[in-house]
Ligand binder design. Sequence first.
Ligand SMILES: Cc1cc2nc3c(=O)[nH]c(=O)nc-3n(C[C@H](O)[C@H](O)[C@H](O)COP(=O)(O)OP(=O)(O)OC[C@H]3O[C@@H](n4cnc5c(N)ncnc54)[C@H](O)[C@@H]3O)c2cc1C
Length: 511
Amino acid sequence: MYYIEFDTDFIPNKEADILVIGSGIAGLFCAITLKNLKLNPILITRGIGNTYYSQGGIAAVVSKEDSTAWHVLDTLRAGRNLGDVKNIEVLAQEGPNRIVDLELYGVNFDKKEDGTFETTIEGGHSYKRVLKVKDYTGKAIYEALFKKAKELDITILEGELLEIITQDNALVGCVIEQNNDLVFWRSKFLVLATGGAASMYSHTSNPLKTRADVIGVALRRGFLIENPEFIQFHPTVFENTNLLISEAVRGEGGILVNQNNERFINELEPRDVVARAIYKEILKGNKVYLDMRGLKVDIKSRFPTIYNFLIEHNVDPYKDLVPITPAAHYYIGGIRTDENGETTVDGVYAIGEVASTRVHGANRLASNSLLEGVVFGYRAAYSIALSKRGFKLLKAKNQRNSIKDIDCQEYFENIKDIMWKYAGLERDEEGLSYAIKKIKDIIKICTLAKPTKKNKIIFDVGLSAYATLQGALKRRESRGSHFRKDFPYEKDEYRYNTKICLEESLDSIFD
Ligand SMILES: Cc1cc2nc3c(=O)[nH]c(=O)nc-3n(C[C@H](O)[C@H](O)[C@H](O)COP(=O)(O)OP(=O)(O)OC[C@H]3O[C@@H](n4cnc5c(N)ncnc54)[C@H](O)[C@@H]3O)c2cc1C
């Protein structure tokens, strides 16, 4: 189904060979590669996404002492053996070359005096293979790629993808809002690089521009969504903001305490274990703090972004405890793709966090997501260059019935609360079933609401939440980032990728 009202006969029509949606690492890298291949992408974006906020770094095997086999094994292990070995091999093997490309495009990774990369180690890696630019790697990558895209004369437009127009499971084009007007963009290829969906939780490290809505659009248009139940929670986000306080802070000696100054967990346990321990403290009514006062390094020079943000919020980490909460951080599942980013809809590619390449399995190895964006962004560009596809000439329109004067804004907060309470760090059958009922009610109300952009986005976030709840309900085991209180162990029979498609999602909502 479509949500907004449009008639392609009566809105401006434009044509593009290739539309890339999203200006994070995946979209920008793909567009640059396409342009280098003498193709003509047009990039449309809502603005800055998760890439800009990445702090830690990007993983790749760049030293002779390291090996791609180890990178593959570490990735598989972190993903609790659910990862796709073939795609993980692609990630590890092609990663180093994409790092060279990033350098060529102007990213100045930290280097040692002898000119080799200054790499660091993060949880789950068996070797120091994380390349970084101080604690603002993502910002450095974003700025270099954006500049490169401009230098190459790639057309970059502000706009929002609202609907993907398909016919017989093949791309026709999409409806984009630009300058408050709807435009029908007919295109031969569409690359979705729209980021993840972790922002559908009330506590999240994600900025608002990645709103989880495109997963909802994809569900409505019959794309296959995979593993939506796997959401990675980060243990330490500065309370009431989306500022993530990197794992490296705990690596450098930061400790976790409650308001009674009691330590309750070994801070260097895996991310999900630490996050759940903090969550349990909070459930007990305790407040949790990160104590950075005893760090082995100088806070200001090692963590300038974190330091400046905390100071702006009147917390001096040299003197004060930093109030923190766990938060939804990374959307592991997504739109199913093959090893070249091709989705199940002809002509449409998905890359970066919005895609499910299955490289992360049930849990993402730290710093593998920026890498996924460049490796599969590159492969998607080459796959498009090899494909031949014409324009499909369908005209399309959508009208809506039963329109009531409802503003869905209030339901947005409800969705986020429901997800946090019932599909958060700990889940169980009762809570998930209750949440499904609640989300269904919200979706049904949004279906009757006026077809405004705001209502549409909330409707789509609701669908995205629904997919996560369904996946979490079906997976009656605990694996990686998915923890079920009622099934706290891994079960071999669940070693498969969850698949959610249109029939299961929309039909079951409206039955
Ligand atoms: C705080 C934080 C720290 C992180 N640290 C690391 C790290 O150290 N290492 C690592 O590997 N990963 C890290 N991650 C994860 C990593 O940042 C993301 O997985 C990665 O940047 C995703 O890149 P992307 O290009 O897929 O999406 P994004 O960078 O999120 O970009 C998505 C783009 O799509 C646009 N968009 C979305 N919807 C629409 C729409 N409907 N219409 C038009 N445009 C749209 C957005 O405006 C944006 O431009 C971190 C994430 C966060 C939030």
